[in-house]
Design a protein around this ligand. Structure first.
Ligand code: ASP
Length: 350
């Protein structure tokens, strides 16, 4: 009798598992797996057409295209998704248009403290740096931490020292100065002083929103070998203080990659993205609930994050090469390219 009961239980467990598997299968896109694909963002926020000049719009679009073409060529020639992510981000880090590398926003102390991270979906290896002040391209530091150190995350002076030891390009902290970002800090400070109803927690963010000075950069890619990778680089948020670290260098919040699911890079109000574990949550919804990338990204960006009170967006690629750009702000600088070389560059909601 006992044996029959045991067999019955086993049968029920088996059937349930199979149903979950079938549901997961059924939710997967029907199309063929792409050979490779790549998607980038240059930050999400209150990016409104009425506040843009045609010249500014053209400049952003041109830089996004320049950046993504670098990664596309690497992938086309059989390079790794990690290399594509790193080199694509380098282009945006070197442009003053974006809040990463040259063009990073200022802290309350009028310094620039940069955060970055990168993750390899094949091995689940990851590297991240927080609060560096002398590393020209923080994404290269994140990569070096992943490849050449026993650690995942380094911060502050130690991270700067490691970068130097690794032979990465070191710059004077003044390299990061841009008038536009400096003015943005002055405006944020003024707003903080005058808007008495602000509390300390939100002042630095609201002022930045009004100025629409976002521009964290990120990239997710799938290579010809089925390996996913993602990376994110940022100056953080204008007027940040006390060594504040955002989501960008937090693996699972700002960046996540797993060959079984997807690769994700986030941008937005970091505090909320950390609390919602945005990038990993999207992967987990796919892994454990069988959601498609589109469904998972929608769930986290349109429901979980705004319900907490945060905003922002993500770009992501799944293991089939499907690409998603999801955001709950007015706009997000973004571009994608598939294996046929078809390019999409967008700024606003469509
Ligand atoms: N997520 C970044 C941070 O909180 C900022 C951004 O993406 O706009 O540091």
């Amino acid at each position: 009798m006992k044996k029959v009961f045991l067999l019955f239980v086993l049968l029920i467990v088996f059937t349930t598992c199979k149903n979950v598997e079938e549901k997961a299968e059924e939710n997967q896109p029907k199309q063929e797996k792409a050979e490779f694909s790549i998607i980038i963002h240059g930050g999400a926020g209150t990016i409104l057409k009425k506040n843009m000049t045609p010249e500014k719009e053209a400049a952003y679009k041109a830089k996004l295209e320049e950046a993504i073409r670098v990664g596309f060529e690497i992938l086309k020639q059989g390079g790794s998704s990690l290399d594509a992510v790193e080199k694509t981000i380098n282009v945006m880090e070197d442009s003053p248009l974006f809040n990463a590398g040259k063009g990073a926003v200022f802290t309350n102390a009028e310094t620039n403290e940069l955060d970055a991270s990168i993750m390899d979906g094949e091995t689940l290896n990851a590297g991240a740096s927080a609060g560096t002040t002398t590393v020209r391209n923080p994404i290269n530091l994140a990569r070096a931490i992943m490849d050449n150190s026993p650690h995942v995350m380094l911060s502050g002076k130690g991270a700067d020292t490691f970068a130097e030891e690794q032979g990465l390009q070191i710059v004077d902290p003044n390299y990061f100065y841009t008038e536009r970002r400096f003015k943005s800090l002055q405006r944020a400070k003024k707003a903080e002083k005058t808007e008495l109803d602000h509390d300390d927690k939100t002042a630095f963010y609201d002022a930045d929103i009004k100025d629409s000075k976002f521009g964290t950069v990120g990239c997710a890619a799938l290579d010809k070998y089925g390996n996913l990778a993602a990376g994110t680089s940022t100056g953080g948020m204008t007027n940040k203080r006390w060594g504040r670290v955002g989501d960008a260098p937090i693996i699972g919040a700002g960046t996540y990659a797993n060959n079984n699911t997807c690769a994700v890079s986030s941008t937005g109000w970091g505090e909320y993205f950390i609390r919602a574990m945005v990038a990993h949550d999207i992967s987990a919804l796919m892994e454990y609930k069988g959601l498609t990338l589109k469904e998972a990204a929608h769930e986290v960006i349109q429901k979980k994050v705004p319900e907490l009170g945060g905003d922002g967006g993500i770009v992501a690629v799944d293991k089939y090469g499907n690409m998603v750009a999801e955001f709950n702000t007015a706009g997000m600088y973004r571009a994608s390219m598939n294996d046929k070389g078809e390019l999409v560059v967008k700024i606003y909601k469509e």
